[in-house]
Design a protein around this ligand. Structure first.
Ligand code: SR1
Ligand code: MG
Length: 406
């Protein structure tokens, strides 16, 4: 990678294989391996290289623009350096919950990592209505471990500020600032709105009180450097197997509000919850799965808050942040932020540029609109009432009540 942000895309399979061969001896390349381009994300190119014995590794390459938009939206290649550094940081605190980073090449803007192909994309698992025991608990523990150890409750003041400097991520934060906090709340040309939802969308675009709440959340996103957050923790960034999760794709990471990661996960569970209404199955089965999703959210919040507070109790060295009362207050702030950012994520996934498969798989617009309506109403509830809901049990009751009122 040169200083002018140019990099050459691997021209063919041979170039990808040469990259693997230069930086790892884990594959037997004496017989030509199979290279597949498996990236289904919006931003990068991802390849799986499998040798004749079935052993495989992953190569991820960043190019200086957004894959789904093209050269019209340039992006700094520093994001791949950030991704590599975050994977290293997360591996310290949640070693079994991230893919192992094997090599980072600034020159190729590419990383080589463990293949987690034995795990399934969580979004697909939720769409298939898989019930994975302990899922919420594992995600909550991952969030507590990674967020606590990169916050001022664990790091000393100098280390925290060095971390802040090293994860300045203006291009990726810039995307999020636009696609979360601007586009869905106005009639933006990038939006994609179901014509049958247009009436409701127009009401949102005209709602000044809602816009003020979103402005507050955006300002927090831009200014509150609480911890090194993943920054894009939707269910497509989590892979699952019975008893195991792997979190991938931390290229949007920066020092930001703890509630943003919590909120993004919460939102994506609730997007699936909303999608259930429009899916073709017996109501009993859909309700049962909705119940499972809410139970995972309960476990996620409870495990996150309990683990985070335990870590603070055991490991926090800052005498000025030692107040138990203050920590409880902070946890209430995290909870309110989680709700607010979840609302914004749900809104942008329903009205904005990057929709989710949970809703998009409902091809009939007149059926999908029922799910989309629930999604934006839940989003409004989460954004506007985030400061008044006392805890997870009250939140779950409100979600159920809102669904029943439709
Ligand atoms: C224009 S990029 C849209 C989204 O793709 C990524 O996965 C992030 O979620 C980003 O917001
Ligand atoms: Mg991603």
């Amino acid at each position: 990678m040169s200083t002018d942000n140019t990099v050459h895309k691997f021209v063919d399979d041979a170039a990808v294989i040469a990259f693997v061969s230069a930086h790892s001896d884990q594959l037997d390349l004496s017989v030509p391996p199979v290279v597949e381009e498996i990236g289904d994300g919006n931003i990068n190119f991802v390849y799986r290289v499998r040798d004749h014995r079935g052993k495989s590794l992953i190569v991820k390459q960043a190019l200086p623009y957004i894959r789904i938009i093209g050269e019209g939206w340039p992006l700094s290649l520093d994001r791949i350096r950030i991704e590599a550094d975050v994977l290293r940081s997360e591996a310290c605190w949640a070693p079994h919950q991230v893919p192992e980073l094997l090599y980072f090449s600034p020159a190729d803007a590419a990383i080589l990592m463990q293949d987690i192909g034995d795990h399934q994309n969580l979004r697909h698992a939720l769409i298939e209505r898989r019930e994975l025991p302990g899922l919420g608990l594992q995600i909550g523990d991952f969030l507590a471990a990674t967020l606590f150890h990169t916050s001022d409750l664990f790091l000393n003041s100098t280390a925290k500020k060095e971390q802040l400097a090293s994860f300045i991520n203006p291009d990726l934060c810039g995307i999020s600032e636009e696609v979360y906090f601007i586009d869905p709340f106005c009639d933006h040309e990038r939006n994609s709105v179901n014509p049958l939802l247009l009436q409701e969308a127009k009401q949102i675009w005209a709602d000044d009180a809602l816009r003020a709440e979103v402005a507050e959340l955006k300002y927090g996103f831009m200014n509150r450097t609480e911890a090194l957050i993943h920054g894009d923790l939707h269910t497509g960034s989590i892979f699952v197997r019975d008893g195991s999760i792997k979190v991938i794709d931390p290229e949007f990471a920066f020092c930001g509000p703890v509630g943003f990661d919590l909120g993004t996960v919460l939102a994506n569970f609730l997007l699936n919850f909303s999608a259930q209404l429009g899916l073709p199955s017996e109501m009993e089965e859909k309700n049962r799965y909705q119940h499972y999703l809410l139970q995972q959210l309960r476990e996620l919040w409870n495990s996150f808050s309990q683990s985070f507070l335990e870590l603070a109790e055991q490991k926090s060295a800052d005498a000025g942040l030692a107040s138990v009362q203050w920590r409880a207050r902070k946890m209430a702030d995290f909870f309110a932020d989680m709700l607010g950012y979840a609302g914004v994520e749900m809104m942008r996934r329903t009205l904005g540029i990057a929709h989710v498969a949970d809703l998009e798989q409902i091809t009939d617009e007149s059926v999908r609109v029922v799910s989309e309506r629930l999604s934006i109403r839940l989003a409004c509830l989460l954004i506007t009432r985030r400061g008044e809901l006392s805890g997870i049990e009250e939140l779950l009751k409100e979600i159920q009540a809102l669904q029943q009122s439709l």
